[in-house]
Design a protein around this ligand. Structure first.
Ligand code: FE
Length: 147
């Protein structure tokens, strides 16, 4: 299990941008097709922008047509937490970061095989770590611009 991160709302306000705060801590949803990762298809891993917890691999990202980055699986069973959430149009399943509790989006059961899941995630909640990049931010030389 990832070690839990707990901060006061004041601490989160200092750490996050106003847009990140309203999504991660106040569960706001970004406008469809407004986020930087919806039409992005880089090779790597998406992490929680608030705490760095690794959430989704780029090879599970798919174009759902929804306007939000969509994934059919999490990086691991313990990366995310889900909970029922009452919404205007009935009940939805909320997805939060298992480490910091930040709101990421929702999960639906109309996704593609093999899982049938569709994690519908706000771009603003995510950070992208390109494949081969380490915590020091150095890329490995195995990828070249050739081809
Ligand atoms: Fe987090």
């Amino acid at each position: 299990m990832p070690e839990k991160i707990r901060k006061t709302e004041e601490e989160w306000k200092e750490l996050l941008t106003p847009e990140q705060y309203s999504t991660l801590r106040e569960k706001e949803t970004e406008q469809p097709d407004s986020g930087k990762f919806y039409r992005f298809d880089g090779d790597g891993v998406y992490a929680c922008v608030a705490c760095g917890n690794r959430l989704f691999r780029s090879d599970t990202k798919f174009d759902s047509g929804s306007g939000w980055p969509s994934f059919w699986a999490a990086v691991s069973d313990d990366a995310l937490e889900t909970a029922p959430q009452l919404a205007t149009l009935g009940e939805r399943t909320e997805v939060t970061c298992a480490r910091c509790g930040g709101h990421l989006g929702h999960v639906f059961d109309d996704g593609p095989k093999p899982t049938g899941l569709r994690y519908c995630i706000n771009s603003v909640s995510l950070d992208f770590v390109p494949a081969g990049e380490t915590t020091e931010g150095k890329a490995t030389p195995e990828k070249t611009a050739a081809g």
